[in-house]
Design a protein around this ligand. Structure first.
Ligand code: LFR
Length: 480
């Protein structure tokens, strides 16, 4: 995505798009990381050709996954977090440190694929021998572009291996930041650091975790070999952004006050509120809410809801079985389904792995004596209705656990284009839903770079005001 940013100006356009298809080999499910990197080069090349004055680039991706390196060499292909190898890692980790102790230190929701569990699986398999560096996915791509090894904080906070800052306050809260507070991103208070004691207790080598950098810090310029490969003489800086895609997306949620909640709705749905400091209560842990680090030290207090993965994986299954559906028309049919719709728990762990999702959803309903959704339009209606129900339940919990009164819900990302989902969310929450922007992640990425370059100044509130000006949201009011 190519962005143009200045005071009162925010425009984005796509220059290259590619699919991200994982590959299963004999040892499990992997990311096709070299193909992703090749496409990054193609994309940067296209961007520089379109905009020779381009000043910087920033990378974000999904969280938790990583590559292991010895010297410059990547040891094996990164695993996909949906691979099943992490089961043993969870047990081994909890045998060493209880879930309650983990939460007290890192504030992270339990997801079986959090980096610390994946690393435990690696340790048990002997795969950490000879490793000298761990790089999360965006940091790996950044390393290949610049030769610099760093760990960007927002994404590092999803490893489970950062310890929340001592004061447990995480910098400025919503609406309280002076507009100049972030003129120098380096002034942002570091809120967490690698938890040396935890890393030692888990038997992991501390030396593999790189220096932490904050969103807005310059990482480096393109290696000459990379510049030559993309055929560019451009002086392009790589700038750290909220490299966890969700952190970038939340930067671009046009929230205007502390009664706004967000749903970053894509493959996953990240449902919650932004806070100034973490909530570490036992009730919060039991409800599996996470305190991930946001840009400028904000806390992303949220829960992962299974998300549009349920739809995309169902479409993929039907395609593999010989029927290709067009999503928009299937959603239109789903909206017409009359009669009671079965609501199921979208977060049942059985829905995490790739494969035949329609079958797993039907089995789930049959086991519980619920009406089993039959044809695709019924099943899709059931998925969307169940997602909206999970959104409503999660927002209610976020509100209670954090003491936030929620009046408006923003839906950003791909799900903001799903009218049925947005309307059902308004109905089930009884709240106003503001949908958009769809490309929130890219917008948040670009805005943090622009601020680092001095093209805009100010707090996240100022950046969000730019978003609100540039992208008019679609409003949904409860109808039922
Ligand atoms: C969303 C996301 C979530 C993270 C999941 C796995 O794309 O980054 O925030 O929990 O993917 O990395």
């Amino acid at each position: 995505m190519l962005g143009h940013v200045g005071p009162g100006e925010l425009r984005l356009r796509p220059v290259a798009r590619f699919s991200n298809n994982p590959v299963r080999t004999i040892d499990g499910l992997h990311w096709n990381i070299l193909e992703l990197y090749r496409n990054v080069l193609v994309g940067v090349h296209a961007a520089v050709r379109e905009e020779p004055e381009l000043v910087s680039a920033g990378i974000d991706s999904w969280a938790v996954d990583y590559a292991l390196l010895r010297g410059e060499r990547m040891l094996g292909n990164p695993y996909h977090y949906r691979d099943s190898r992490t089961g043993g890692g969870v047990e081994a980790t909890h045998a060493l440190v209880s879930p309650a102790d983990l939460y007290a230190g890192n504030g992270l929701q339990f997801l079986p694929f959090n980096t610390l569990y994946q690393l435990a699986a690696d340790r048990l398999a002997g795969s950490l021998a000879g490793v000298d560096t761990l790089l999360l996915i965006p940091d790996l791509l950044g390393y290949w572009l610049t030769g610099e090894r760093v760990a960007e904080r927002t994404n590092a906070s999803t490893t489970g291996l950062l310890r929340l800052g001592d004061g447990r306050t995480a910098g400025p809260g919503s609406g309280t930041v002076a507009s100049t507070a972030m003129a120098s991103p380096a002034a942002a208070a570091p809120t967490a650091d690698w938890d040396d004691a935890l890393i030692a207790r888990l038997g992991l080598p501390r030396s593999i975790f790189p220096r932490l950098v904050g969103a807005g810090e310059r990482i480096g310029s393109l290696l000459p070999s990379v510049a030559a490969e993309i055929g560019s003489a451009a002086r392009l800086d790589l700038v750290a952004v909220g490299s966890h895609d969700t952190a970038s997306a939340i930067v671009a949620v046009p929230m205007t006050g502390d009664t706004d909640a967000y749903i970053s709705s894509g493959t996953w749905s990240l449902v919650g509120v932004e806070l100034a400091s973490p909530v570490l209560s036992e009730a919060s842990r039991a409800a599996n809410f996470t305190n991930e680090e946001g840009v400028d030290g904000r806390v992303r207090y949220l829960r992962n809801v299974m998300g549009l993965w349920l739809l995309s994986e169902s479409l993929r299954t039907w395609q593999a079985q010989g029927t290709t559906f067009e999503l928009q028309s299937l959603l239109a049919q789903a909206a017409q389904v009359a009669g009671p719709v079965t609501v199921f728990d979208v977060d049942d762990p059985r829905f995490l792995a790739p494969g035949d999702l329609p079958e797993r959803i039907r089995a789930y309903c049959a086991e519980r004596g619920l009406p089993v959704p039959g044809p695709p339009d019924e099943l899709v209606r059931s998925i969307v209705e169940s997602l909206a129900a999970a959104y409503a339940e999660t927002l209610q919990a976020a509100s209670e656990l954090s003491g936030t009164t929620i009046r408006t819900v923003h839906i950003v990302g791909g799900g903001s284009q799903n009218e049925l989902l947005c309307q059902l969310t308004a109905n089930r929450t009884g709240l106003t839903v503001l949908a958009g922007p769809v490309e929130a992640t890219a917008i948040g990425n670009v805005l943090v770079q622009a601020r680092a370059q001095g093209l805009v100044t100010g707090s996240l509130e100022g950046l969000r005001a730019l978003v609100a000006q540039a992208f008019t949201p679609r409003r949904y009011l409860p109808t039922a």
